[in-house]
Design a protein around this ligand. Structure first.
Ligand SMILES: *[C@@H]1O[C@H](CO)[C@@H](O)[C@H](O)[C@H]1NC(C)=O
Ligand SMILES: *[C@@H]1O[C@H](CO)[C@@H](O)[C@H](O)[C@H]1NC(C)=O
Ligand SMILES: *[C@@H]1O[C@H](CO)[C@@H](O)[C@H](O)[C@H]1NC(C)=O
Length: 368
């Protein structure tokens, strides 16, 4: 009972000290030239007015989940860890995480502050793996030490994802855990005949190796026109123009002389169609901004309607079921049907194209 209370007090005290300390330390490390613009509601550093730059690089907590990358159990822990002079640096054998080789490093007297001595914990990446496409690696790190009394791990989690490269192969926490915790009477982290257990989480964030570039060509293209002769004699549901090529894709115009859908029997329907034979890449979508027109062959007062559409399936169309009413089409004041010919048109104003890349493709990599 008494022991439990004492332990809790110690632990809370330790957590407070940790926060207090890291807020101070990281405030100075992450010298932030525009830090004054940061608000002071950052947690947990807002308890310290002098370190309100929000640089909370560490979250510290107890957790159940064991380390995901490596674990070191040390016997005769007291001697090795807490009695000076001991070994200055313990580095594990290499282990593999995320396709890279790493080591876990413990420095029993790695750092000293006014609170006393600290055990430092680091990971080092094998720089032999840092070449070519993987010349830099991003990883999130947590360092853990097992508490027998709580059956949990004291965890110091770095909230910054760290960047490892040829010139920076080691990251870690110089003030991971305080010696005081190892020497306290209830021996928080030393158990079963002088054992202790340290561990590390390494979460590697893979660098993307595939990407796509969507570009939009804002060239206003020459209009593509199509003249339907002997219009009054056309008796099929629809007519499709010859194909034409714009923006690297094949297109056609499609006319329903007697209307389609809601236009049936009352309007002319007009569409632009992405040709069924076009060379759309898998997963490619084409953004199109265009004008559809029925030409006024007398006064050039063309009837024009804009379309704004994504095409992702060859054969798809975009247009209007009711482009112009059948009576409006035959209005003698306009020149839509002249000498029994109808003229329709599409003018592309903007078209997208997508290029897909992967880093296996050395050439595209070099142009990226
Ligand atoms: C202790 O750690 C702090 C950062 O946490 C660092 O600035 C300082 O140089 C370290 N001291 C030693 C002796 O390693
Ligand atoms: C990891 O280490 C093994 C064994 O030494 C080696 O064969 C492998 O190439 C290394 N991999 C990387 C990415 O460094
Ligand atoms: C014609 O109308 C039908 C039914 O409304 C529709 O499914 C079809 O897509 C229309 N034709 C075109 C070319 O849009």
């Amino acid at each position: 009972m008494f022991l439990n209370e004492k332990r809790n007090i110690n632990l809370n005290g330790a957590i407070l000290l940790f926060f207090y300390f890291f807020c101070a330390v990281f405030a100075t490390i992450q010298l932030n030239p525009i830090g004054t613009t940061q608000s002071s509601n950052a947690v947990p550093c807002n308890t310290r007015p002098s370190s309100d730059n929000g640089a909370n690089a560490l979250v510290e907590q107890m957790r159940d989940r064991p380390p995901n990358a490596y674990c070191v159990q040390i016997e005769s822990c007291t001697k090795l860890i807490t009695q000076k002079p001991t070994f200055q640096k313990y580095e594990t054998r290499p282990f593999s995480v995320g396709g890279f080789n790493w080591t876990f490093i413990l420095e029993p007297f790695g750092n000293k502050t006014s609170y006393g001595d600290w055990i430092s914990a680091y990971v080092a990446i094998d720089p032999l793996g840092l070449v070519g496409e993987t010349r830099e690696v991003y990883a999130a790190l947590s360092f853990l030490v097992y508490s027998k009394t709580l059956d949990q791990y004291w965890t110091s989690m770095d909230t910054e994802v760290r960047r490892f490269h040829q010139f920076r192969t080691t990251w870690g926490n110089p003030t991971f855990v305080q010696h005081g915790d190892f020497q306290s009477p209830n021996r928080e982290y030393i158990f079963n005949n002088d054992q202790c257990v340290f561990g590390v989480d390494i979460n590697v964030y893979p660098y993307f190796n595939k990407w796509e570039v969507l570009s939009t060509d804002k060239t206003v293209h020459e209009p593509n026109s199509w003249k339907l002769m002997r219009f009054s004699t056309l008796d099929k549901d629809f007519y499709t123009s010859d194909e034409f090529s714009v923006g690297g894709k094949r297109w056609a115009l499609k006319v329903y002389p007697n209307g389609n859908g809601t236009g049936e029997g009352n309007s002319l329907s007009l569409y632009v169609i992405l040709s069924g034979n076009t060379n759309l890449k898998p997963y490619e979508k084409v953004y199109v901004q265009a004008k559809l027109r029925v030409l006024d062959q007398k006064q050039s007062k063309h009837l024009e309607k804009p379309i704004l559409s994504w095409f992702d399936t060859p054969g798809d169309g975009s247009g209007f079921e009711q482009f112009v009413s059948l009576s409006g089409l035959r209005n003698p004041a306009r020149g839509f049907v002249v000498d029994d010919a109808l003229s329709v048109q599409v003018q592309f104003e903007s078209l997208s194209s997508t290029n897909f890349y992967s880093s296996n493709d050395a050439q595209s990599m070099s142009t990226f």
